[in-house]
Design a protein around this ligand. Sequence first.
Ligand code: IFM
Length: 599
Amino acid sequence: MENPHLLCSKMVLTFMADADVTIETGIDTDIWDINGPHLFHYHYQAGPIVSAFAHTGELSIPVAVSQAVNLNFPCEEDQQVTGNGIFRTFRFRVKAGEHRTVDLFAAVYTGLDGGKPADRAYALCQSAEEQGFQTLFAAHADAWDKIWRGSAIELIGDDNAALALNASLYHLHSIAPRHADNLSVPARGLSGQTYKGAVFWDSEIFLFPVFVHTEPELAKTLLRYRIATLPGALRKAAEYGYRGAFYPWESQEGGAEGCTDYNVTDVFTHRPVRTYFRDKQIHISGDIAYALWRYFKITGDDSLLKEGGAEVILQCARFFLSRAHRRADSGAAELLDVIGPDEYHERVNNNAFTNRMAAFCMENALTIADMYRESDFFKALLEKLTYQADLELLRDLAPKLKKMHPEGAVVEQFDGYFKLEDASLETVRSRVLDEREYWGTNHGVAAHTQVIKQADVIAMMALFPGDFSDETVERNWRYYEPRTEHGSSLSACMYALMACRFRRPDLAWEHFVKTASIDLTGGGKHWAGEIYIGGTHPAANGGAWMIAALGFAGLSVENGEITLTPCLPAQIQTLRFPVTVRGKRVTLTVTQDGWTADG
Ligand code: IFM
């Protein structure tokens, strides 16, 4: 944790019999690449520190790995270079009852880290060997202690839930980009290759809330990644014939779109199926604008808005402006042919979540324009973007965008959703012919029914709590929950959060346990058609924190002010966790009888 370039391990071997022992180690470059090889032009360097070098396929970025081995006993060593790496073999004799210690140090650098990766990897291994395992381990443990002091949650009442919750945080912290100024977190973290290391809305909607409340600098780092990749979003919008910023559904280096046109392979025909996630999941631009604004609202710090955040919001609003259609008869505005969070229903009209996000984004651009009316930075920005005319268009169009959520009613997820077959989840499941088949796209078993993949209307209610009364939330929850497959790990946490909203933490509990334990139990879907989608689930890890802090403790922070509306389930006696507000750490303790804040 103290140095993201360094890996260390210590093995202590105890021998039960006299033996000739061989230890094989080295750098194995025979990597399993689900989407085709990433690394080319391997070469190797033998010596007391061994190294492997390669270049990435597309951008030819150099990658270097070095390894040092520290043995506290005499032995013979051989080194071999094969087509699959550089390997070293250590041979020695032992007697029964003897111990041997093997310390391994490996260093990884790429051309993105600055300097010469080969020299840096070698030098780091050398220095690690000199410092020794104990010193490095102490620094690693200190770094973790610091992180835990700012985030560990004490949950008294259910030890398994406490473990699962903190294990979720462990996963999140392990992949948080503390070493960078602008970088985000891929949907499978550092595990699982299917999502290609790409960044999804998971970062803004599921991870950002954890970091903005516990380590705001990290929240900034995630959002700066979106500011830095605005050029990619502008390019994508232009490719589709729109203006403004259409962020990639799966964002890669420089904001390039990583989502393929064929994201699923049909299990029956083995043919790739045309999916429309990259083309139609336009809510992504609104999600990013939403998080940028939330950063300001929660922290009261507008530096991010001034350092490019306002520009992102204006460009996202401009995208929605150009993406919306006006009806010739009524003048009402609509967002047609979209995909909401529920990916089983592709190419629908007026998805409630998407319309709400887009309306928010457009209104927010106007709010920002009002807020900074007199400010030089904003005047310059309007001029740079030639945005004045767009402000007028936004003023006209934003209020006309079709509202899908009349107060009190069950919100129709998209136009015509209520007319779809109202088959139960069990009925739809019984139609599945192959456990790996994909439920969405044209002929998927869910596509023509009201069964949805993940929270959609309920996610909207979680993000726009002020729009809905508790009764409306409950009515919608009771309608949509039985119709939700929870086929995405992003789903259950939204339902748990909203169950707390209408004060039924008992209904939230099962969703909480499922979300928090996903990477302990190996839960979640492992296949989308013939494509393996396993790995860790950062969004669920973030979701677990959200349920505990925002749901059970009912935490809300606006402009640096903390409010708590606890809603503890019977399983929890005490929930104690730190938050960082305006640079100050506060420990919140919630019990069945009330709450306290210290710090
Ligand atoms: O972003 C999600 C999406 O909502 C559902 N499928 C998986 C993606 C990555 O987690």
